[in-house]
Design a protein around this ligand. Structure first.
Ligand code: VGL
Ligand code: ZN
Length: 206
């Protein structure tokens, strides 16, 4: 059995200056760069929305980012338009050696439903293929870092635990949106309660 590094949404729109900037999100890039050479199996997820995506406040007249609406029978936080397919903000950070990514799993492509997790959309209607891909390579332990702690990292980690993977979260390689103060810490607590090991990159063996 083997381990894999999973890099979650390390895209310009989630970094300072981006459309959905995460405070100090840029600090995750150096951690990712240090971790990539230590893994034989590296995959990335990429938030990849059509411009008419219904998670964008701009597509619901009279709403504002941060507001919660109902979408497809589920609560949906509305965001500024971000990670629009083909735009510079949707690109994975150029300092990451993409030649070391065996696969990139795009998510959030259906305009009708959001997809925080790298495994499934928020309604668990469709899989991205990440679970099958990992099983085919006999991966049983995921090392996860990226953006944002309280959304895509959290949902990816919780799905991974439900699917039976061992999960180590690389805490210094994550930053949170924090729509409400403390969301990042609460996300760590939820992931820990689901059986995730939370470590800093310095204590992960090569
Ligand atoms: C994310 C909000 C909306 C994330 C993606 O990558 O955490 N958050 N889309
Ligand atoms: Zn998104």
């Amino acid at each position: 059995m083997s381990r894999a590094l999973v890099l979650v949404d390390l895209q310009y729109d989630f970094l300072p200056g981006g459309a959905l900037a995460v405070a100090r999100g840029d600090e995750t890039i150096a951690v990712a760069k240090r971790m990539i050479p230590r893994f034989h199996i590296v995959v990335a997820t990429q938030d990849w929305h059509p411009r008419d995506h219904k998670s964008f406040a701009a597509n619901h007249p009279g709403t504002k980012p941060g507001q919660v609406i109902e979408l497809g029978g589920m609560p949906q936080v509305l965001w500024p338009p971000h990670c629009v397919q083909g735009t510079p903000g949707a690109e994975l950070h150029k300092d990451l050696d993409a030649s070391r990514f065996q696969a990139v799993f795009r998510k959030g492509t259906d305009p009708e439903i959001d997809s925080y997790s790298g495994f499934f959309d928020n309604g668990k209607r469709k899989a991205t293929g990440l679970d099958t891909w990992l099983h085919e390579r006999r991966v049983d332990h995921l090392y996860v870092l990226g953006l944002a702690t309280d959304y895509c990292v959290k949902y990816t980690v919780l799905d991974a635990r439900t699917l039976g993977f061992e999960v180590t979260l690389i805490a210094d390689g994550c930053r949170a949106v924090e729509l409400a103060p403390g969301d990042g810490e609460r996300a760590f607590d939820e992931m820990r309660a689901a059986g995730t090991t939370i470590l800093d990159s310095g204590s992960i063996a090569a």
